[in-house]
Design a protein around this ligand. Structure first.
Ligand SMILES: Cc1cc2nc3c(=O)[nH]c(=O)nc-3n(C[C@H](O)[C@H](O)[C@H](O)COP(=O)(O)OP(=O)(O)OC[C@H]3O[C@@H](n4cnc5c(N)ncnc54)[C@H](O)[C@@H]3O)c2cc1C
Length: 262
């Protein structure tokens, strides 16, 4: 983990309330892996006191990028930084996605949760692995994401407000692809309701491995404050244990977090 003063190259609105931030950050770039995150300091005083966690959206040529949605004070402050300014960031943090030795790789993103999967899509592409990207969203607000993905990547999307007969949920997209006996790795980032639905759909099929990125409010981001506790169960251990999303996560095997739902 490093602390860097990263120079902002781009901080541009790409859809209503959604910004693409690209930073010159050679140290963090060279150590990062898909699914990890950075922690951004937004003030020069003690206000705002806490850094804000953001997934690494992509990493190339000494740059890392972030895709963020303005939801409150911190992200609103971030949206006002101009190119040329520097940001105090620490990273890469946490444990990212483990790329499995499977014949197919399914990336399932819900809304802004899709951000770390773009980096993963590029990594799988570099490794010549067969991948499909599934994007679930409310309307069409995240369709621009396709521009950031490898151009020949197979891509499907669902919209909750679709007319009848069109896919509304990410599971509508996924279901037809589950008939094949091919060994498949699923990498998911989005709301926990989505993870439950995906788990139910794949339940009992042991040729699927599912990883999920767990979103928790974070204080320190480095394992000290214990603010991002997650209850996990790692069979054959009987009792669940409490771990930190920022260090032991944010990516976990599906079964460890949703064990009681198996
Ligand atoms: C590991 C990790 C990676 C993340 N990656 C991204 C990313 O790539 N892009 C992105 O846009 N956001 C990401 N987030 C969420 C992001 O950190 C929060 O949206 C941000 O900290 C909000 O700061 P704020 O000051 O603008 O909002 P606040 O004023 O702190 O909160 C505004 C609203 O957002 C909600 N909120 C704040 N933090 C979170 C959170 N962690 N999860 C869910 N809701 C939250 C609050 O409950 C409140 O309703 C990530 C979070 C984690 C833990």
């Amino acid at each position: 983990m490093l602390q860097e003063n990263a120079i902002i190259e781009i901080n541009r609105q790409v859809a209503p309330g959604i910004y693409y931030l690209r930073l010159e950050s050679p140290g963090i770039f060279s150590r990062s892996h898909p699914g990890q995150f950075i922690h951004i300091n937004l003030g020069t005083t003690y206000d705002p006191l806490l850094r804000r966690p953001m997934s690494i959206f992509n990493a190339e040529e000494d740059r890392i990028s972030v895709l963020y949605q303005v939801v409150g004070r911190g992200t609103e402050i971030l949206s006002r930084f101009n190119p040329g300014a520097s940001l105090d960031i620490i990273g890469p943090l946490g444990r990212g996605f483990e790329i499995k030795e499977k014949s197919r790789h399914f990336l399932l993103g819900g809304g802004i949760g899709s951000a770390p999967l773009v980096y993963l899509a590029h990594q799988l592409h570099r490794e010549n692995r067969k991948a499909i990207f599934f994007l679930g969203m409310r309307t069409e607000e995240f369709l621009f994401l396709k521009e950031f993905l490898p151009s020949d990547l197979e891509f499907y999307f669902s919209q909750e407000n679709s007319p009848a007969g069109h896919p509304r949920l990410i599971t509508d997209l996924l279901a037809p692809h589950l008939e094949s006996p091919e060994k498949t790795a699923l990498y998911c980032c989005g709301p926990e309701g989505m993870y439950r639905q995906i788990g139910r759909l794949c339940g009992g099929k042991n040729h699927f491995s599912i990883q999920v990125s767990i979103d928790r409010r974070m204080g320190c981001g480095v394992g000290t404050c214990l603010g991002c506790a997650v209850k996990v169960k790692n069979p054959p251990r009987e009792e669940p244990e409490i771990v930190r999303a920022c260090v032991e996560g944010p990516v976990f095997p599906w079964g460890e977090v949703f064990a009681n739902e198996l």
